[in-house]
Design a protein around this ligand. Structure first.
Ligand code: HEC
Ligand code: HEC
Ligand code: HEC
Ligand code: HEC
Ligand code: HEC
Ligand code: HEC
Ligand code: HEC
Ligand code: HEC
Length: 327
């Protein structure tokens, strides 16, 4: 680049910069801290705003093209956004009469144990917990932060002390029974110690009181599937809700091939019978009319009596195939 052009570019950049920061401190990000990592898709952003300096907030991120939030009453702007897996660079713009008066950037990493790529947060990213320390005191002026005894069984979602801030947790096509009734405390412990609302680990401890029938059945089998054996239920299931049946975090075949990539084509089933792989998606289940046929059509994701966790006996391969196929 020629020197003149370079200087011109620098001048332009600084001019834009000057425009951008015309009204400094028109807003402060109260939550979340920069370079935080989370394990859930939806996060809340809380800004402390100076209503004399701005009248609207625009949010641009990888997933949300550009969202506009008008300021309600009070000096806070509270809203939720949806993240993509991995690093999210969230741009926050303070607007006054449509002009940008200030912009800030927030980096949040959405960690997911299911994807090798997103399993580790970048160096320097920290997992902050909201219901810890004195974060809550800043919200207490406008939000109820102390659950009462009646919140154990709120009757209506709106009566739960968790509803104003976590309403979006239970809006999926399938909502887990106890979450649908906003009985959050059946799983989240109200501890006044360092961190409130923790859940015991492994997750299995949380599920056991209500799913002992299934757990006992699986434990009585010869082999338990790796992740189920260690009690890591929420790796595959969202304990609150999902748009997929069985509260699954991902479509079943996609879920399995995260860890069993080499089986993705279904070729292992019919090697020696037929050139192509066996269908593992996009076809109807022969026994469950409303379900898609997936890896789970042949394998049990929890436990089985064979090394391969098969739902059916394969000692006679012809019999096996004719379970589902007319010959
Ligand atoms: C000045 C009052 C005020 C303060 C302080 C405040 N909020 Fe809010 N917040 C509100 C109002 C008003 C709403 C809208 C409630 C509604 O629509 O039912 C809201 C809504 C929310 C929502 C739901 C947003 C959505 O669209 O899903 C979240 C989350 C939230 N607040 C978090 C917080 C947190 C966390 C703090 C403390 C760091 C906080 N708020 C402090 C007034 C406040
Ligand atoms: C003032 C708003 C507000 C209220 C009320 C609230 N939460 Fe939260 N909660 C948050 C925010 C903000 C986070 C951080 C994650 C996020 O952005 O959604 C959070 C995170 C959590 C977490 C994850 C662990 C953590 O500490 O970050 C749990 C569990 C949780 N809330 C449970 C509850 C339960 C149960 C209730 C009702 C008793 C409740 N919350 C009420 C705002 C709120
Ligand atoms: C069936 C048990 C169960 C119920 C009921 C339940 N949760 Fe959870 N929740 C969990 C478990 C387990 C985790 C931890 C998940 C993990 O570690 O991946 C969790 C995590 C969370 C988190 C942090 C991570 C995330 O997904 O956002 C929030 C916030 C939360 N729960 C809020 C709530 C609220 C609000 C309610 C009431 C509507 C509720 N939960 C009801 C089991 C439950
Ligand atoms: C407070 C009791 C309770 C707890 C704790 C609980 N569940 Fe459930 N769960 C239920 C009920 C009730 C149903 C609905 C059963 C039905 O409709 O036949 C259900 C259904 C399910 C289903 C099937 C979804 C469907 O559409 O039928 C899955 C998967 C599930 N739970 C997973 C879990 C996991 C994972 C945990 C632990 C993190 C857990 N549950 C903890 C009560 C509970
Ligand atoms: C490797 C992923 C994975 C893990 C780990 C896992 N599940 Fe599942 N789970 C599934 C899939 C997939 C289905 C749907 C099966 C089908 O389509 O036939 C399912 C179905 C279910 C169902 C409903 C059907 C039934 O069998 O009753 C329950 C309840 C359930 N799981 C609970 C649990 C609990 C509790 C744990 C932890 C001990 C757990 N799951 C661990 C993948 C998993
Ligand atoms: C989080 C990673 C993970 C996911 C997701 C997962 N598995 Fe596995 N799977 C494992 C591990 C770990 C083992 C144990 C392997 C071992 O011990 O060598 C295993 C073992 C198996 C086995 C037994 C074969 C063997 O080598 O012992 C089968 C069959 C299997 N998984 C099928 C599935 C199916 C079907 C799904 C989807 C419903 C699934 N897996 C999802 C991690 C996963
Ligand atoms: C039509 C039935 C069927 C479908 C669908 C199917 N499998 Fe299999 N799978 C089998 C059979 C049968 C075996 C045992 C093969 C053998 O013993 O030679 C097996 C074996 C396996 C093994 C253990 C083999 C080894 O090398 O350790 C894994 C892991 C596995 N399947 C994963 C999957 C995954 C992941 C999917 C979905 C992408 C899937 N399977 C779909 C029938 C099926
Ligand atoms: C648990 C049920 C199940 C078992 C067991 C099963 N299949 Fe399938 N298979 C299906 C379903 C469902 C389809 C897709 C719909 C259809 O074509 O019938 C399918 C499709 C196929 C196809 C593709 C047909 C086409 O038109 O593209 C072949 C080939 C096949 N299976 C071979 C086998 C062989 C060989 C075996 C025995 C090793 C076997 N299957 C065992 C359920 C099964």
């Amino acid at each position: 680049m020629k020197l003149g052009k370079l200087l011109y570019t620098v001048l332009l950049i600084s001019l834009f910069h000057a425009l951008d920061v015309r009204a400094e401190n028109s807003f402060v990000v109260e939550w979340p801290p920069d370079t935080t990592f989370v394990e859930n898709e939806v996060i809340s952003i809380v800004l402390k705003v100076d209503r004399k300096k701005l009248d609207m907030i625009r949010v641009g991120s990888d997933k949300n093209d550009s969202l506009l939030f008008s300021l309600g009453s009070g000096d806070r702007a509270c809203f939720g956004i949806t993240l993509t897996k991995g690093l999210n660079s969230i741009e926050l713009f303070g607007l006054k009469k449509g002009t940008v008066v200030e912009r800030k950037n927030l980096r949040v990493f959405f960690r997911s144990a299911l994807f090798p790529k997103f399993r580790e947060a970048p160096a320097g990213f920290v997992r902050y917990f909201f219901h810890a320390g004195d974060n809550e005191t800043r919200c207490a002026g406008c939000h109820v932060m102390e659950p009462s005894l009646s919140s154990l069984r709120p009757g209506k979602p709106e009566k739960s002390p968790c509803f104003t801030c976590h309403a979006r947790k239970c809006v999926n096509s399938f909502v887990h029974k106890p979450a649908a009734q906003w009985m959050c405390f059946t799983c989240h412990e109200v501890l006044e110690a360092e961190r409130k609302y923790t859940t015991p680990k492994p997750d299995q401890k949380v599920c056991a009181p209500c799913h002992s029938y299934q757990l006992n059945d699986w434990k009585s089998k010869k082999i338990m599937h790796g992740p189920t054996a260690v009690g890591n239920c929420t790796l595959c299931h969202n304990p609150h809700g999902s748009d997929l049946p069985d509260l699954l975090r991902m479509q079943t075949t996609d879920l399995c091939v995260n860890c069993h990539q080499e089986k993705a084509s279904g070729a292992h089933v019919i090697a020696g019978f037929y050139g192509k792989g066996h269908p593992v998606r996009g076809v109807k289940h022969p026994f469950k009319a409303d379900r898609e046929f997936t890896c789970a059509g042949c394998h049990n994701p929890h436990a089985g009596d064979t090394q391969n966790l098969l739902n059916h006996d394969i000692s006679d391969m012809t019999d096996y195939c004719t379970l589902c196929h007319k010959m």
